[in-house]
Design a protein around this ligand. Structure first.
Ligand SMILES: Cc1cc2nc3c(=O)[nH]c(=O)nc-3n(C[C@H](O)[C@H](O)[C@H](O)COP(=O)(O)OP(=O)(O)OC[C@H]3O[C@@H](n4cnc5c(N)ncnc54)[C@H](O)[C@@H]3O)c2cc1C
Length: 306
């Protein structure tokens, strides 16, 4: 393992867009699927728990950090290639560590339509597959045709129709929730050509709408809650009188700009402060509307038995 650096006691707050959370006992950033496999082997031999982190834009990391090995795939493994197909469409191959926004921008550069929404999502391509990231009516599943992943033994591929994509979920998320290993290594996508002018105009429009409506200058993990069927989380939170609400001066606050975002003002709140506020919002919205909000944000590490 001489060529994979494993660091110890690495603060994770800087690897999470929420800007809070404690350290990883061990931390590595593999460059290949083979290195991922070797890291898992090492973790198995040493009985370490493993957490696969992407760009940390949908995670709340415990103040105690993660007592095991964090494998971060958000810097390396970022291949990006294109190939024109016989029907005029274009096949893109993207590594799991590539920023999803970079994938979106690349599609724009190639005049490919369908991935405009990706330009504003701050996660990795691996995280976008895992979460089936989406915005403004588009989702990763709209163009992904195949996903490669490491299942704990082998590198495998799944066609899109086997990936169980749903609202902010995928086969890989389901395997993860069952305690199984599924490390996304990359995806293939097929997109059609369109008008560069129209694509660029749409990207600009979506960016402007995001900037106008979301607190992009304050640490957060985007939408804290999933959209409950038939409702909008932000509207329910607003109706419960919680837009801009804070329990204390910890820095954790329901954004005054977008009630669907819990933010960490100045990056000074602890994960426990954010968690307390999330719990409060869930409780108050339930009391007010009878709707039980579900977290979209993923909890990493120890949050007292959750
Ligand atoms: C300002 C802001 C705006 C946002 N807007 C949107 C939006 O419009 N739409 C949207 O869907 N999301 C949005 N998000 C949330 C987030 O960007 C997406 O969920 C994104 O897909 C998460 O990717 P990530 O790489 O950051 O994943 P992480 O947060 O690092 O991880 C999320 C989950 O994916 C798993 N994971 C990550 N990479 C891999 C991998 N390679 N293999 C296996 N598992 C992996 C992790 O284990 C974790 O469970 C926003 C976030 C912010 C901060």
């Amino acid at each position: 393992m001489a060529d994979i650096t494993i660091l110890e006691n690495v603060p994770l707050a800087g690897y999470s867009t929420f800007r809070c959370g404690g350290p990883a006992r061990f931390f590595a950033e593999p460059s290949t699927g083979d290195e991922v496999a070797r890291l898992f082997r090492l973790a198995g031999e040493n009985n370490w728990d493993v957490f696969v982190l992407g760009n940390g834009s949908n995670c709340l990391i415990s103040d105690k950090g993660f007592d095991g090995l964090v494998i971060r795939i958000a810097k390396n493994m970022s291949e990006l290639t294109s190939e024109e197909l016989s029907d005029g469409k274009v096949l893109i191959r993207a590594g799991a560590g590539l920023p999803f926004a970079r994938f979106g921008n690349y599609c724009t550069e190639l005049s490919l339509t369908g991935a405009e929404f990706a330009c504003g999502i701050p996660g990795s391509c691996g995280g976008a597959v895992f979460m089936n990231a989406g915005a403004y009516g588009g989702e990763a599943k709209d163009f992904i045709t195949r996903v490669s992943f490491w299942d704990g033994k082998d590198v495998r591929t799944k066609d899109a129709d086997e990936c169980a994509f749903g609202y902010r979920t995928s086969l890989f998320e389901k395997l993860n929730s069952e305690g199984k290993t599924a490390v996304i290594l990359g995806f293939e996508a097929v997109l059609s050509k369109g008008s560069k002018e129209e694509i660029t105009a749409l990207v600009d429009d979506l960016r402007a709408r995001r900037t106008a409506s979301q607190p992009l200058d304050v640490p957060s993990a985007g939408s804290t809650f999933k959209r409950p069927e038939g409702f909008f989380a932000a509207k329910l939170i607003e109706e419960a009188g919680l837009k801009g609400f804070a329990l204390d001066d910890s820095g954790a606050q329901v954004s005054p700009k977008h009630a669907g975002f819990v933010v960490n003002n100045g990056g000074r709140a602890k994960a426990s402060d954010v968690m307390r506020l999330i719990d409060y919002v869930v409780q108050k919205v339930y009391e007010n509307s009878g709707v039980k909000l579900e977290k979209e944000v993923r909890l990493v590490g120890d949050f007292g038995g959750r």
